[in-house]
Design a protein around this ligand. Structure first.
Ligand code: NAD
Length: 261
């Protein structure tokens, strides 16, 4: 695929989908900047493991994606070390569910900041060096919830619809410059973010965890199977390839048929 010598920054890559995408990009030869929260020793094990297995350089930034000054510092550090960020994956995200009448203000603010505004800040900071190189790939992890809604997810659905719109604007603002911007819209993926929703559902409905998982899939995802991190990573790698040079501004579902209904 020819990502050797490129540098990829993946926000929220200490877990789940982001970690899957980071690993796949490193396997294609890209140097990495990992980002996200977690136990410092576990993150160091991850960082060193990917570097050794893939023969690439891997840096880590603990920047909080809800803080624009920390985002600016993360991009500046990455550029100082690697020259430019060639591949920017905006993936960090959190979830909170509650009916809108009871939705906590601070959760609204945090979800909008992490799941949407962080992508504005990373793109704005990383674009000048991408433009100078005449090549770049921006991939935003949106969600099926960027295309359709579910109840009790006011902030998440608003942020994900927002990132689908932002993806289109970035595509137009960069068209013809060698830079593309697209979004991936996954259905259910069994990451820690969804495991919490399965556990809440099991408690609410008095179900076992396997029954709650099956019910969650049954309700929305016609394939009745989870999407895997590896499948999403495969799509991200495709979007970074030459074959996708003319794909920009699109939001691609990978959702077992969820949004076909
Ligand atoms: P996850 O909880 O496994 O991973 C989230 C990552 O984001 C972690 O690395 C975490 O440390 C990081 N993070 C959280 N807050 C942060 C902050 N303030 N600053 C920096 N990093 C932060 O969840 P996941 O399911 O892998 O989610 C990744 C993305 O995929 C999110 O944007 C999510 O909305 C999206 N998504 C997930 C699913 C799903 O079913 N799991 C479906 C569609 C979209």
């Amino acid at each position: 695929m020819g990502l050797k010598g490129k540098t990829a920054l993946v926000t929220g890559s200490t877990s789940g989908i982001g970690l899957g995408m980071a690993r796949a990009l490193a396997r294609e030869g890209a140097n990495l900047v990992l980002n996200g929260f977690g136990d410092a020793a576990e993150i160091e094990t991850l960082r060193a493991g990917i570097a050794k297995d893939c023969g690439v350089e891997v840096a880590y930034s603990g920047a909080d994606m809800s803080k624009p000054d920390q985002i600016a510092a993360m991009i500046a550090e990455a550029e100082a070390r690697f020259g430019a960020i060639d591949i920017l994956i905006n993936n960090a995200g959190i979830q909170h569910t509650a009916v809108i009448d009871e939705f906590p203000d601070e959760k609204w603010d945090a979800i909008l900041a992490i799941n949407l505004s962080s992508a504005f800040h990373t793109v704005k900071a990383a674009l000048p060096k991408m433009r100078a190189r005449g090549w770049g790939r921006i991939v935003n992890t949106a969600s099926v919830h960027g295309l359709v809604a579910s109840s009790e997810k006011a902030a998440y659905v608003a942020a994900k619809h927002g990132i689908v719109g932002l993806t289109k604007v970035i595509a137009l603002d960069t068209a013809g410059s060698g830079i593309t911007c697209n979004a991936i819209c996954p259905g259910w993926v069994l990451t820690p973010l969804v495991q919490k929703q399965v556990a809440a559902r099991a408690e609410r409905d008095g179900q076992s965890l396997p029954d709650a998982k099956a019910a969650l899939l049954e309700e929305k995802q016609p394939s009745k199977d989870f999407v895997t991190e590896e499948q999403i990573a495969g799509l991200a790698c495709f979007l970074c390839s030459e074959a996708a040079d003319q794909m920009t501004g699109v939001s691609i579902p990978i959702d077992g048929g969820w949004t076909a209904q």
